[in-house]
Design a protein around this ligand. Structure first.
Ligand SMILES: *Cc1c(COP(=O)(O)O)cnc(C)c1O
Length: 452
């Protein structure tokens, strides 16, 4: 038997109302495996920390979302939000399931093309599209979602120069009862700006108006906000039909569905508060079918869901480096997972589970990462058992945004492994090495030599 770690005795105040003298139970059971692969084997093989993606979970959640919408609305199309996680293997799972690509930069656009997505199935969003980006998208018949008037005028010029009719939609922001309102992207509905943009497009006859788009925000906990948004877009579609006899092909409701993570400061767990796909689908489909749009003109409903599809399919595995008492007597555990690879630690109370059975004698613990920075806090305070140096931990629901917003800081970014549906693991992104840095850097001749 391993020698038990020594823990300095401490005095714990018993409060009435506690379930037992041992206090509150850990929020989770140990997680010892993912899709049949042992955590300890994964770490032995691929190092620590390591990101793990479950292809099985990815496909399962996608199909849950798809079912929720297709059972409520006749024409549904998903478009994978590249910025949520643009690893090629992850994008391709969604493309295999039938998802188009939704991109917000020239880099992401090129990535989608390189992944084999036909240009006409790429939705190009975002405030920054260079003329070169736009030209490429026009020539590929991609769906360009206009963000501002300057972009609209550039497209008109390009249309003249290239003698082509770009396929466009406009992004629309609006009051849906969610504050602060995201009014910096697209054209505003209430002020009449969106209608103004639509009239300019229709009167110019230079652009092919395909659809209307909105993305009301992210981690939206109110399904009703989507109903409001869908109704407002439907009203614009009806106005276009009345004034120009123009029937749009699609309404794109963007992303923003909440995942089951718990936001910092939330009173209840995200498991209990996030609306289900069914609730979002109810809200959006009733906004559309109860509008004045004629049945034969019902547009395709496009969804750019990111976070809610991928978050639960991602795990971050790591190792305990040390335990330590803080000056105020609180226990802290230092892990090899820092905020540089877990950006979402700034927003979420992440679920951290030991990867081996543990005693239920728990204590409030601060969980820190390995960076030499005071902000490197994974959990300020959580009920946690005592783990010893070398024990493993699993952080769940981290598939969204961490692998695109991560920072390289004092350590190499780790490997990313995908476990396929038959339980086999594949490296889908290598860890960084000193070699990679050497390739990107150069030293001027006069700095090559020095003597100490
Ligand atoms: C980021 C983004 C999405 C995805 O948002 P989630 O909150 O991850 O679902 C969809 N559409 C646009 C335009 C975006 O910018």
């Amino acid at each position: 038997m391993d020698k038990l770690p020594f823990e300095r005795p401490f005095i714990k105040k018993l409060s009435s109302g506690m379930p037992s003298k041992f206090g509150i139970k850990m929020e989770s059971d140990p997680i010892t495996e993912i899709d049949g692969m042992q955590i300890s084997d994964l770490i032995k093989e691929y190092g620590s920390p390591v990101f793990v993606i479950s292809e099985k979970t990815q496909r399962k959640i996608y199909n849950e979302a798809k079912r929720a919408f297709t059972t409520r609305y006749p024409k549904v199309q998903f478009a994978w939000s590249y910025k949520t996680n643009y690893l090629d293997a992850i994008c391709k799972v969604y493309h295999q399931e039938g998802s188009w690509a939704e991109v917000v930069s020239g880099f992401e656009y090129d990535k989608a093309i390189a992944n084999g997505v036909d240009g006409k199935y790429i939705i190009f969003n975002g405030p920054e599209k260079s003329d070169a980006d736009l030209e490429k998208a026009i020539n590929n018949d991609s769906l360009i979602h206009i963000d501002h008037f300057d972009e609209l005028y550039s497209l008109m010029e390009l249309s003249d120069r290239l003698k082509r009719k770009p396929k466009v939609a406009i992004r629309i922001n609006m009051d849906t009862g969610i504050y602060p309102m995201w009014d910096r992207f697209g054209f505003n509905y209430e002020s009449g700006e969106a209608w103004d943009a639509l009239n300019r497009i229709m009167l110019s006859k230079k652009l092919d108006l395909m659809g209307l788009h909105t993305h009301i925000g992210t981690f939206i906990l109110s399904a009703n906000a989507y109903k409001v948004a869908a109704s407002k877009l439907a009203e614009l579609a009806v106005s276009l039909e009345r004034k120009y006899n123009h029937v749009i092909k699609y309404i794109d409701m963007g992303g923003g569905f909440a995942s089951r993570n718990t936001l910092k400061g939330a009173y209840l767990s995200g498991m209990d508060t996030a609306p289900s796909f069914d609730e979002y689908a109810d809200a959006i489909s009733s906004g559309l079918i109860n509008s004045q749009i004629r049945p034969e003109n019902l547009p395709i409903l496009i969804l750019e869901t990111g976070r809610a599809l991928i978050d639960d399919a991602g795990y971050l595995l790591g190792t305990v480096i040390a335990n330590k008492r803080l000056a105020d007597g609180r226990r802290s555990t230092i892990m090899d997972i820092g905020v540089n690879v877990l950006f979402t630690a700034f927003w979420y109370e992440h679920q951290i589970a030991p990867a081996q059975p543990f005693s239920h004698h728990t204590e409030e613990t601060a969980i820190y990462g390995p960076l030499c920075m005071n902000i490197d806090v994974i959990r300020e305070n959580m009920i946690f058992p005592l783990l010893k140096r070398g024990d493993h931990v699993v952080i769940s629901r981290i598939g969204a945004y961490n692998m695109t917003q991560w920072m390289q800081f004092i350590k190499f970014r780790p490997k990313i492994v995908m476990i396929d549906t038959s339980g086999k693991a594949h490296i889908i992104r290598e860890n960084e090495t000193l070699q990679i840095f050497a390739e990107m850097e150069d030293t001027p001749d006069h700095l090559k030599e020095f003597k100490l």
